[in-house]
Design a protein around this ligand. Structure first.
Ligand SMILES: C[S@@+](CC[C@H](N)C(=O)[O-])C[C@H]1O[C@@H](n2cnc3c(N)ncnc32)[C@H](O)[C@@H]1O
Ligand SMILES: C[S@@+](CC[C@H](N)C(=O)[O-])C[C@H]1O[C@@H](n2cnc3c(N)ncnc32)[C@H](O)[C@@H]1O
Ligand code: SF4
Length: 477
C-alpha cells in the first residue's frame, strides 16, 4: 500500500523575495525545463489552524498547545497572509476552502467567517464552493457546529479515529465514543450529505475481526464520506517510543494489508465507492478540495506550516512554485506582521517536478490519470510515449497491477494497494524521458543548462521512499 505523502527534497531553498522576471524565467524555462503549468486564474485555499488542546500520542502534524489566547492576532495574520497570497498569485476565483490543523474547530466561528470574507473581498468565492472545517469531536467542537455553518462552512470533516474508548485513550484523544457519535449526528443534522469521518486502522492491539465490527458500526452512523487511514508510527511521537520499548504492539504489515482489503470490501458493499487510496464516498460526496491536490491543481496555503502550489504571477513569475509557510506560529505571526506573509520555502518546480506530482498524486485516484489530464501538463509527450516501451511497465501491466489504455494510466483494484512499489519504476521512466528531451534541446541550442538553474529532478518535490505500506492521507502535510 502506498506511503504516498509528498515530502520536500533537501534541495536548494529559493531565496525569499527573489523573483524571476518573465523574460529571464522564460529563457531559463526553455533550457532547464521549468514548468509552465496550464494557465489558471483559479485555485483552492488551505488554511492551517496550528493549535490543539492536547497532543495525540501518534501525531506529528504541525500543531502546538497554545500558551495564551492569541486568537485575535492569529486571525489578523491569517487574513493578511490570505490577502498577500491572493495578490501574488493573481487568482481571481477560489474553488474550495479547507480549514485544517491542528484543531480548527477551536477557532471562533467569527474568525472562520472573517477569513472567508477576506477571500470573497479579494477573489471570487462562489456560493457553491466547498468550505470544509475539520472538527475534533469534543463537546466544545460540536456545540459550535451551528455557528460554523452560519460562518460559511458547508462541509464538516470529523476526526472520529475510533469507536473504542480504550483505543481512543491509547491514541491520547480528548474525546470518547459517545462524543464522536453525538458530533457526527449533530453535523449530519446541520449539513446532511456533507459530513466526512476520519478513521484509523492498524491501531495497537487491533485484530481484523474487531476492525471489521467497528467499521460496520461506524458505517451505520456516518454520512456520505469516509477517510480511512492506516496508523503510521511517526518517529518522535509518544506512540512510536511506546512501540519501540515494547510497551505496545501494532499489527504486522500483513495484518494491516488484510484490514485495508476488508475495509475496502465492506465499504463497497455498503455503497461507498472508493475514489482514492484512502477515500470513499456515497451519493457522489467526493471531497472537492482534496481532489484539487490529486489533480495537481493550483492551491494556496495560508497559516503556519501550510503548503501551496501556485504561479506567482503577481511578481512576474511563470513557473509553479512549491511553497511552505513558516512552521512555528509565533515566528510566522512576526513574519506576517513584518512583510505580509510567512513564506519560508519557495521551490520552483521543474517540468519534471511538476509531471512527477501529476503522476504520483493522480495515481492515487481510482480513475488514475486520463490522457486529456496528462496533456494539460505535458502537451509534447503522452503517457504511451513515456511508458509503453519500458519492459518493467509492461511487466506491471501483465501482472494486472497497472492499466495503460485508451483512457489513460491507472492502478487496478489490486494495484492500488501496491502503488508504492510501482512508483519508482514509473518515475524512473518519466525522468529518463524528460532528461533525454532536455539533453536533445541543449544540443540543438548549443549550450549547457543555465548555470543558476537546478537540473531536472533537483529541488523538486519527490515521493517518500517506497517503504512499508501505508494509506496515510495523500495530502501535502
Ligand atoms: C492532522 S489531523 C487534523 C484534524 C483533527 N485535529 C483531528 O485530529 O481529528 C487529520 C487526520 O490525519 C490523520 N492522522 C494524523 N496522524 C496520523 C498518523 N500518525 N497516522 C495516520 N493518520 C494520521 C487522522 O485520521 C486525522 O483525522
Ligand atoms: C489528513 S487530511 C484529512 C482530510 C479529510 N479526510 C477530508 O476528507 O476532509 C487533512 C490534514 O492534512 C493536512 N493538510 C491538508 N492540506 C494541507 C496543506 N495545503 N498544507 C498543509 N497541511 C495540509 C492538515 O494537517 C489537515 O489536517
Ligand atoms: S491528531 Fe489532530 S487533535 Fe491530535 S494532536 Fe494531531 S492535529 Fe491535534
Amino acid at each position: 500500500m502506498l506511503k504516498a505523502f509528498l515530502t520536500a527534497a533537501r534541495g536548494p531553498t529559493v531565496c525569499l523575495g527573489r523573483c524571476f522576471s518573465s523574460e529571464v524565467s522564460g529563457a531559463v524555462s526553455k533550457l532547464a525545463g521549468f514548468s509552465s503549468p496550464p494557465f489558471s486564474t483559479e485555485a483552492s485555499l488551505y488554511v492551517h489552524w496550528p493549535y490543539c488542546l492536547k497532543r495525540c500520542s501518534y501525531c506529528n502534524f504541525n500543531k502546538y498547545i497554545p500558551r495564551s489566547d492569541n486568537q485575535d492576532v492569529m486571525l489578523e495574520c491569517l487574513q493578511r497572509e490570505t490577502e498577500t497570497l491572493l495578490k501574488l498569485s493573481q487568482v481571481s476565483r477560489i474553488t474550495s476552502v479547507f480549514f485544517g490543523g491542528g484543531t480548527p474547530s477551536l477557532a471562533h466561528p467569527a474568525a472562520i467567517a472573517a477569513v472567508l470574507e477576506t477571500v470573497a473581498r479579494h477573489a471570487g468565492l462562489s456560493e457553491e464552493a466547498e468550505v470544509t472545517l475539520e472538527v475534533n469531536p469534543t463537546p466544545i467542537g460540536s456545540s459550535k457546529l451551528e455557528n460554523f455553518l452560519h460562518a460559511g462552512v458547508n462541509r464538516f470533516s470529523i476526526g472520529v479515529q475510533s469507536l473504542r474508548d480504550d483505543d481512543l485513550k491509547v491514541l491520547g484523544r480528548d474525546h470518547n465514543t459517545q462524543h464522536a457519535l453525538q458530533t457526527v449526528a449533530e453535523a449530519r443534522r446541520l449539513c446532511p450529505g456533507r459530513v466526512s469521518v476520519d478513521v484509523m486502522f492498524g491501531r495497537p492491539g487491533q485484530s481484523v475481526a474487531s476492525w471489521e465490527l467497528e467499521l460496520d458500526e461506524l458505517l451505520s452512523v456516518c454520512d456520505d464520506h469516509v477517510s480511512l487511514y492506516q496508523l503510521t508510527l511517526e518517529r518522535g511521537t509518544q506512540l512510536f517510543s511506546q512501540v519501540q520499548k515494547g510497551q505496545l504492539s501494532v499489527p504486522s504489515d500483513d495484518i494491516t494489508a488484510v484490514m485495508y482489503e476488508s475495509a475496502r470490501r465492506i465499504l463497497q458493499n455498503r455503497g461507498y465507492l472508493q475514489y482514492e487510496v484512502s477515500n470513499f464516498a456515497r451519493n457522489g460526496a467526493i471531497s472537492q478540495h482534496n481532489m484539487s491536490y490529486w489533480k495537481a491543481s493550483q492551491y494556496l496555503g495560508v497559516g503556519p506550516g501550510a503548503h501551496g502550489r501556485f504561479v506567482p504571477h503577481g511578481e512576474g513569475g511563470v513557473c509553479r512554485e512549491a511553497r511552505t509557510q513558516t512552521l512555528e506560529p509565533d515566528v510566522w505571526v512576526r513574519e506576517v506582521q513584518q512583510r505580509g506573509h510567512g513564506t519560508r520555502r519557495r521551490i520552483p518546480l521543474t517540468h519534471l517536478g511538476l509531471l512527477e506530482e501529476v503522476l504520483v498524486m493522480g495515481l492515487r485516484l481510482i480513475d488514475g490519470i486520463t490522457h486529456q489530464h496528462w496533456q494539460l501538463f505535458s502537451p509534447r509527450a503522452d503517457l504511451h510515449q513515456i511508458l509503453s516501451s519500458s519492459s518493467e511497465v509492461q511487466d506491471l501491466q501483465q501482472t494486472g497491477l497497472l492499466i495503460l489504455d485508451d483512457r489513460g494510466l491507472r492502478c487496478s483494484w489490486q494495484g492500488l494497494a501496491l502503488m508504492d512499489s510501482m512508483l519508482p519504476t514509473l518515475l524512473l521512466e518519466l525522468e529518463a524521458h524528460i532528461t533525454q528531451g532536455l539533453q536533445q534541446q541543449a544540443r540543438v541550442s548549443g549550450g549547457p543548462h543555465h548555470p543558476g538553474a537546478p537540473a531536472a529532478g533537483q529541488g523538486v518535490w519527490r515521493p517518500t521512499s517506497p517503504r512499508g505500506s501505508s494509506s496515510r492521507p495523500g495530502c501535502p502535510a
